[in-house]
Design a protein around this ligand. Structure first.
Ligand code: GLC
Length: 664
């Protein structure tokens, strides 16, 4: 057998038609990435026979896909490289939606671009839109083809048209890249079922329960009620297949280099269609190790670093985003470091959960604890902040913070009880805003007596709107003098719920992150109970927060007498202020200041302070200098939203916030 070409030559030989200058550019990028790429992959696969040949073939494949990248996207890569912090500035705003629920189809999503522009959105995360498994498919998270759009949503031409239109509107398309598993009817799984041994090796398959039982000793469970355990017996495979999520989602075996090479190629093909950001789904689970919970393993990070190096060679304008719903201390690793960068963006799920926790407890302690554990980021990276998403709010990421009382460790039992109380608050069994009348949300699955169950629901409902009759009419107005008078008590509860929903949005927008709005929250859309009547969704209460875009609420967005109008108006005021404030860029410094327990006082640099009152009572707060000697407070502060000047002691109304700029 002939010797493999050296990797760089192999890469360049795959792009013979390119002019020398372009080839030179790719050679330069490869040389820059080679140390990390080769080291990580040889660490994972170097002892396997044929590694050198496999690596040379991988380089050739990267070369082919780099050469195939459309000129327009290559030009965008160059722009991004010249401005690598483009996604960090304070005008960056994301929006997340299911394509079918938002626009009916990909073409319908394109029709919604004016709405996105009105909000100032520059990044659109469309939940899975590739061809999913036939039948149940976990909202598209069981992918049957990485190369075809879900026919229910359109064809590949619609995707190309959408990315082009979004690009023209200054909006980057983000797609899920579901790399931990494929659907059980993906061609790899079909081949494996037919007995193809090479494809069987794409999965973790065990002939009997011996190994699964050993692994199970230390594994958690994601869907313990409807998909208990982490292994599913598959008749055609004659064994147990590793299925962390639903039984029809087969975990890929990344100990097999062919899996890595095929997945890297799938990602680059999608990038060449104009997808600019990849949400790397379930990144924590990529590597299995007996005796561990098989999450956050060093090899999972090595895989991500190798993937990042490949992107940096072939599509360097593309961003990788980690979806790792893990304890705060495990999160920073997903950014890698200056020598071996990993993802550009990572969900800050602890910050999100702690915001809801602070509302339930009427105390910002959890938030302060999370922020204290949130380190400075490596250059050219950003957290992603959010209020709600399509998944449940998982409380267990906060175990460490919940176990802290006055800076001391109060132990796991206190942490569990505290998180369980918060979870119950939102699922309606205790102390919720609606006074027990109607639950704000639904409990998600749990079987672990040592853990709190997750919580489902739309932001406005969880914040208390669920407890207010939907038909609360706005009060009579000069335009509508004959409107029936709503019950004062209902109106008050409605106002309080909207203030709470806005409070959490204010936090996400000012915390130092790329904030992503969740479709419908901008209009205070409520829970959608209809999933209970759909057999394929009834067992998964995450569908509570997956409603169809509410055209009626949308039409009311300019009417401040309606809940939709109040939420939309309040949000737009925050967004407008944010765009003006450099201090709110993702990378600007962040300091937590002293405050009352119910208040979070968050300084962003010396000249901006955001105050959030998480309680239902008035809270006085004494404005002081952020940095002694920098004098901003002497001249007082200006409310960024109303323009009013203040100094000394401010009174924060229940569930209100102030965004204060140092007055000049
Ligand atoms: C991620 C998704 C979730 C899905 C799971 C399995 O956590 O956000 O919706 O069920 O991965 O793909």
């Amino acid at each position: 057998m002939s010797q493999p070409l050296p990797p760089l030559q192999s890469l360049l030989s795959a792009m013979p038609a390119l002019p020398d200058a372009r080839r030179g550019e790719f050679a330069r990028r490869y040389s820059e990435q080679e140390a990390v790429l080769h080291q990580r992959l040889s660490g994972l696969y170097g002892t396997l026979p044929g590694f050198a040949r496999w690596y040379a073939e991988l380089a050739a494949q990267v070369g082919r896909l780099a050469a195939a990248r459309p000129a327009e996207l290559q030009a965008q890569d160059e722009q991004r490289l010249a401005n690598p912090d483009w996604f960090q500035d304070q005008s960056m705003l994301g929006y997340c939606a299911y394509a079918d629920r938002f626009g009916g189809s990909l073409a319908g999503v394109a029709q919604r671009i004016p709405h996105l522009r009105e909000l100032g959105v520059r990044y659109l995360h469309l939940l899975p839109f590739l061809r999913p498994r036939a039948g149940e498919n976990d909202g598209g998270f069981a992918v049957a083809s990485f190369d075809d759009v879900d026919p229910k949503l359109g064809g590949n031409a619609d995707l190309d048209a959408l990315t082009a239109r979004l690009r023209a509107a200054g909006i980057s398309l983000c797609s899920d890249f579901i790399l931990n598993h494929v659907a059980d009817d993906h061609p790899w799984a079909r081949g494996a079922r037919r007995g193809d041994s090479a494809l069987r090796a794409y999965f973790h398959v065990f002939p009997d329960r011996r190994m699964p039982d050993r692994y199970e000793r230390t594994l958690g469970q994601v869907f313990p009620q409807v998909a208990p355990g982490n292994f599913s017996y598959v008749e055609d495979m004659g064994g147990w297949v590793w299925t962390t999520f639903y039984p029809y989602q087969w975990d890929l075996n990344y100990a097999n280099p062919a899996v890595f090479a095929d997945m890297a190629a799938a990602l680059l093909r999608l990038a060449n269609r104009g997808i600019e950001v990849f949400r790397l789904d379930s990144t924590a689970f990529l590597w299995k190790r007996e005796g561990s919970n098989c999450m956050n393993q060093p090899e999972a990070h090595a895989l991500l670093q190798a993937l990042r190096a490949i992107v940096a060679i072939a599509a360097p304008g593309v961003l990788l985003k980690a979806e790792a719903i893990v304890p705060t201390r495990e999160l920073p690793a997903y950014f890698g470091d200056a020598q071996a960068p990993e993802c550009h963006i990572a969900y800050h799920s602890s910050l999100m959960a702690a915001g809801w926790g602070a509302l339930a407890e009427q105390d910002a302690a959890l938030l302060r604890a999370v922020l204290a554990r949130t380190p400075e980021l490596p250059p050219h990276t950003s957290w992603l902040s959010y209020v709600r998403c399509h998944d449940d709010i998982g409380w267990n990421v906060l175990r460490a913070e919940a176990g802290e009382a006055d800076g001391a460790d109060a132990g796991p039992e206190r942490a569990r009880a505290r998180l369980a109380a918060i979870a119950n608050f939102y699922s309606g069994s205790a102390g919720q805003y609606a006074d027990g009348a109607r639950p704000s949300g639904a409990a998600f699955q749990s079987s672990d007596p040592h853990a709190a169950h997750g919580s489902n629901g739309m932001a406005a409902s969880l914040a208390g709107l669920a407890g207010v009759p939907a038909q609360v009419a706005p009060p009579p107005s000069p335009q509508h003098p004959s409107r029936p008078q709503p019950l004062a008590q209902d109106l008050e509860r409605q106002q309080a719920a909207l203030r709470r929903a806005l409070l959490l949005h204010g936090l996400a927008l000012s915390a130092g992150a790329l904030p992503v709005l969740y479709m419908g929250d901008e209009l205070a859309q409520r829970n959608d109970d209809s999933y209970r009547g759909r057999s394929e969704h009834a067992m998964d209460s995450r569908w509570l927060q997956r409603p169809v875009f509410d055209e009626y609420a949308f039409a009311q967005r300019g009417d401040p007498a309606t809940p939709a109008g109040q939420m939309y108006g309040g949000l737009r005021a925050l967004l407008g202020a944010r765009r003006r404030l450099d201090a709110l860029a993702a990378g600007a410094p962040r300091t937590v200041l002293a405050s009352a327990a119910a208040v979070l006082a968050l300084a962003r640099g010396p000249r901006f302070v955001a105050l959030f009152n998480f309680s239902g009572s008035m809270q006085p707060h004494t404005l002081a200098r952020v940095t002694p000697g920098q004098g901003a407070a002497d001249a007082g502060w200006r409310d960024s939203l109303t323009g009013q000047l203040c100094s000394g002691v401010v009174e924060l109304a229940p569930w209100s916030m102030l965004w204060l700029e140092a007055a000049p």
